[in-house]
Write a protein that binds this ligand. Structure first.
Ligand code: G1P
Length: 299
């Protein structure tokens, strides 16, 4: 099988949990440390061999397209001013990647967003990376590489990244029912449930924003009825693949592959703080400052 080098990045969601910050800017463009979230996602994909990347966008998302354009005027003026350090911050513009954009014209759910990629993806296996989640500090994780290997070796129909979440958070995620012997890094999946109440969750293994999918997902998506939140869920389509005799595997994120979710303020604040603390120039002084204000008497 030739290398899996197509990725689909859904970025159409409205980001309502991050209002008012996301009223007129996409949540995928919120900065985490020095870069917008979506840049980390693209850099991660570029590192694992993605060559063609399709964004599924929606209204109000044009700043994402602008961010990945070559800005020759800016580059030239930085060069003329001798600002080499700032120029290097724009080196991502020249990544060996082709960008494509299509719009999800109605917000009918993540599954529907992925279905919008069918004419582009055709009959190829592909990666789905959610545009609001960074995997690992500085997005240095190779989780997608591991998932691609698993997809090939097991001749799987889908491979999904998973992280363990606290029990009281399972209702926010797609949750796996693993087959027996699920303790290893890679495990086979019996069933998947999108956003179950805690007493119906078959485990605490939550779908973590990265998928490798065979093109058979498109037929499954066409046969998937609206589910949780009255939306067409990708989780339900993958479940259908299993019910139709397909094989689906999970790959557990390692400790160093923590998922940073930029979907709500709590996890966004934590992500920003961790990335800012890891900043080579400003991290150490921020650490000192935080220690100082945390120890101050709040009264
Ligand atoms: C989506 C998926 C869910 C997954 C989550 C994090 O949910 O539907 O299965 O666990 O992303 O990757 P959302 O955060 O869009 O509600």
């Amino acid at each position: 099988m030739s290398d899996i080098n197509i990725a689909v990045v859904p970025v159409a969601g409205m980001g309502t949990r991050l209002l008012p910050a996301t009223k007129s800017q996409p949540k995928e463009m919120l900065p985490v440390g020095r870069k917008p979230v979506v840049q980390y996602v693209v850099e991660e994909l570029n590192r694992v061999g993605v060559e063609r990347l399709l964004f599924i966008t929606g209204s109000g998302k044009t700043s994402i397209e602008n961010h990945f354009d070559l800005n020759l005027e800016l580059t030239q003026s930085l060069r003329e001013d001798g600002k080499e350090d700032l120029l290097s911050e724009l080196s991502y513009e020249r990544a060996n990647l082709q960008y494509f954009y299509t719009r999800q014209r109605q917000l009918l759910g993540l599954g529907h967003a992925v279905l919008c990629a069918e004419p582009f993806v055709g009959n190829n296996p592909f990666i789905v990376a959610l545009g609001d989640s960074i995997i690992g500090m500085h997005a240095e994780s190779k989780i997608v590489e591991t998932m691609k290997d698993c997809f090939r070796e097991k001749k799987a129909d889908a491979v999904i990244a998973f992280e363990e979440v606290p029990e009281d958070e399972v209702f926010q995620y797609g949750i796996a029912k693993p087959k027996k012997n699920s303790n290893g890094v890679v495990f086979e999946i019996d069933d998947l449930i999108e956003k179950p109440p805690v007493d119906e969750a078959p485990s605490n293994l939550a779908v973590a924003a990265r998928y490798v999918l065979s093109p058979s997902i498109f037929d499954a998506l066409k046969n998937t009825k609206p589910g949780a939140g009255n939306e067409i869920q990708l989780t339900d389509a993958i479940r259908l693949l299993i019910q139709n005799g397909g094989t689906v595997y999970g790959v557990r994120l390692k400790k160093s592959e923590k998922r940073y979710d930029i979907g709500n303020f709590g996890s966004y604040f934590r992500a920003f703080t961790e990335f800012a603390l890891a900043d080579k120039n400003f991290g150490p002084e921020l650490r000192e400052y935080l220690q100082q204000i945390i120890n101050e008497d709040p009264s």
